[in-house]
Design a protein around this ligand. Structure first.
Ligand code: COS
Length: 390
C-alpha cells in the first residue's frame, strides 16, 4: 500500500458511492444506448478513474497493484462496460508506455491519459492471431525516419474512441519475441482507419472494432522505448498486469451477483416461505460465496506479491483462470436462483451472465492461462525453484 489507510479509505468510499448512486441505476441505460452517457464519463474523469495506475508525476493516482485491485473490486459491482470506458487507460492502453516508454513518450501521453483527455488502446490481436500472439502479421518497415505499417488488428477495445494505439507489429521475420516491436500510433494518422463497431453478445457500451493500417507512416520517434524487438515481451508484461485487473473485476461482479441473488431469494416466496430458507437454494449461495472469497484472497495475494517485485506471470494467470471461471459459475447460479426472472431482461441478471462471459476470453482465454501456469510450474521445477511455496 502506498497510500495511508485513511486516504485510501476515502477513495474506496467515493468509488463505492459512485458505483451505487451513479452506475448501478444507469445499467439499463448503458445497455440500451450502447454508450456510456457523457455526464457519467465526466464524473469518471473528475474522480480520477482514468489515471488510477498512472504515476502521480504524470497526473494519475499512482495506485499500486493491491490498491488497484481493491478499487476494482468495487468497480466490478456494476456492468463491466462502465469500467471499459477508462479500463484501457488504467491497463492495457497505458501500461506499455508506463513500463517501457521513453521519458519523452511518457510526458507526451501519460498525463493526457490520466485525466481522460485521450483514451489509450492496445492493438495486438489480429484476424489470424488471437491466442497465438507471436504469429501477428502486421508489419512495420523502416523508411528513413519513419516506419510504414500495414496490417489489420481485430476486436480492439476502445478503438472507436481512442486517441492513441499501442500497436504490436512485426519488424523481423522469425517467430521470436525479438521480431516484434511496439509503436505508438495516434488516431488520425493518415493510413489508419477503423472498421465498423462490432456487435457483441454482451458488454454493450464497451466499444471494439478493427483497426486497419494501410501504408500508415509513423515517425520513428513513436517506436516504444526507441528500441526494436521489445514489443512482445512488453505486451506480455502488460497482460500479466491486465489479467490481475480482470480477475478483480470478476470478484466484484460475483459479489454483486450474490447480493442480488440473496435479496431476491429473501423476497421471493414459494411453498409458503422465502426461497432463501430452502437448503438447495442456500447451497447455491454458499458455493458462490466460498468461491468468491477464494478468488478475492488469491487476487489480493497476487497483487501484494507483484507489489513486492515478484514475477507476476504465474500468479496472474492462476487468478485469471480461477476468478473468471468462478464468476461464470456464480452468474449461472444467480440465473438459477432467480428462476424465470433470471432469464428476463428487466432484472439484469441475464445481462450480467452475458457480460461476464467475456472475462474467460479476453486478455487470454482460460486455456491460455492453463498453458502459462503449466509452463511456469514445469520451468520452476526444472530449475529447482518453488513457485508460490507451501
Ligand atoms: N513476460 C515476459 N516475457 C514473456 C512472457 C511474460 N509474461 N511470456 C512470454 N514471454 C517471452 C518469453 O520469455 C519468450 O522470450 P524468448 O523468445 O526470449 O525466449 C517469448 O516471450 C515468447 O514466449 P513463448 O516462447 O512462451 O511463446 P509461445 O508462442 O509459445 O506462447 C503465449 C506465448 C501463448 C503465452 C502468448 O502468445 C499469449 O499470452 N497469448 C495470449 C494472447 C492474449 O492474451 N491475447 C488477448 C488479446 S490482448 S487483450
Amino acid at each position: 500500500m502506498h497510500l495511508d489507510e485513511e486516504t485510501f479509505g476515502l477513495l474506496i468510499d467515493s468509488v463505492r458511492r459512485f458505483v451505487d448512486t451513479r452506475l448501478i441505476p444507469n445499467e439499463h441505460l448503458l445497455a440500451e444506448l450502447d454508450e456510456v452517457p457523457a455526464d457519467i464519463l465526466t464524473e469518471m474523469r473528475e474522480l480520477g478513474l482514468f489515471g488510477l495506475s498512472i504515476k502521480e508525476e504524470h497526473g494519475g493516482l499512482g495506485l499500486d497493484m493491491e490498491e488497484e485491485v481493491r478499487v476494482v473490486f468495487q468497480l466490478g459491482r456494476t456492468s463491466p462496460a462502465f469500467r471499459s470506458a477508462f479500463g484501457t487507460n488504467v491497463g492495457i492502453g497505458s501500461q506499455a508506455i508506463v513500463m517501457a516508454g521513453s521519458e519523452e513518450q511518457k510526458q507526451r501521453y501519460l498525463t493526457r491519459m490520466a485525466n481522460g483527455e485521450i483514451v489509450g488502446s492496445f492493438a495486438l490481436t489480429e484476424p489470424e492471431a488471437g491466442s497465438d500472439a507471436l504469429s501477428i502479421k502486421t508489419r512495420a518497415v523502416r523508411d528513413g525516419d519513419h516506419y510504414v505499417l500495414n496490417g489489420t488488428k481485430r476486436y480492439i477495445t476502445n478503438a472507436p474512441v481512442a486517441g492513441l494505439f499501442s500497436v504490436m507489429a512485426r519488424t523481423g521475420d522469425g517467430r521470436s519475441a525479438r521480431d516484434i516491436s511496439c509503436f505508438l500510433v495516434e488516431a488520425g494518422t493518415p493510413g489508419l482507419t477503423l472498421g465498423r463497431p462490432d456487435k457483441k453478445m454482451g458488454q454493450q457500451g464497451a466499444k471494439t472494432c478493427d483497426v486497419i493500417f494501410e501504408n500508415c507512416r509513423v515517425p520513428a520517434s513513436q517506436l516504444l522505448g526507441g528500441e526494436e524487438g521489445t514489443g512482445f515481451t512488453t505486451a506480455m508484461r502488460v497482460l500479466d498486469k491486465g489479467r490481475l485487473h480482470i480477475s478483480a473485476m470478476a470478484v466484484g461482479a460475483a459479489t454483486r451477483l450474490i447480493e442480488d441473488s440473496v435479496r431476491y431469494a429473501k423476497e421471493r416466496k414459494q411453498f409458503g416461505q422465502a426461497i432463501a430458507d430452502f437448503q438447495l437454494v442456500q447451497a447455491m449461495i454458499a458455493d458462490s460465496q466460498a468461491e468468491t472469497y477464494a478468488a478475492r484472497s488469491m487476487v489480493l495475494d497476487a497483487a501484494r506479491r507483484r507489489d513486492r517485485g515478484e514475477n507476476a506471470t504465474l500468479t496472474s494467470a492462476c487468478c485469471k483462470l480461477f476468478a473468471t471461471e468462478m464468476v461464470g459459475r456464480v452468474a449461472d447460479r444467480a440465473v438459477q436462483i432467480h428462476g424465470g426472472a433470471g432469464y428476463m431482461a428487466e432484472y439484469g441478471i441475464e445481462r450480467f451472465y452475458r457480460d461476464v462471459r467475456l472475462f474467460r476470453i479476453y486478455e487470454g482465454t482460460s486455456q491460455i492461462q492453463q498453458l502459462v501456469i503449466a509452463r511456469e510450474t514445469v520451468k520452476a521445477a526444472d530449475s529447482g525453484r518453488t513457485v508460490i511455496g507451501a
